[in-house]
Design a protein around this ligand. Structure first.
Ligand code: FES
Length: 69
């Protein structure tokens, strides 16, 4: 996942991925360019959408990094 990329490369993004991908935080919120969003193979699940609703600055191309594979 995108979260794994951040963790495995020691990218120091304060608080990113606080729940370690268990869909209970939304700190891994990312806003994608439309073409990138459209190119992802899967749309957000209902569980991801529910958590995205709690994310600050939600947009039409928001995703949770821990759900992007
Ligand atoms: Fe918590 Fe993605 S890391 S929802």
């Amino acid at each position: 996942t995108l979260l794994d990329v951040v963790v495995n490369n020691d990218l120091n993004i304060e608080g990113y991925g606080a729940c370690e991908g268990t869909l209970t935080c939304s700190t891994c919120h990312v806003i994608l360019k439309q073409d990138v969003y459209d190119s992802l193979p899967e749309q957000p699940s209902d569980e991801e959408r529910d958590m995205l609703d709690l994310a600050y600055g939600l947009t039409d191309t928001s995703r949770l990094g821990c759900q992007i594979t």
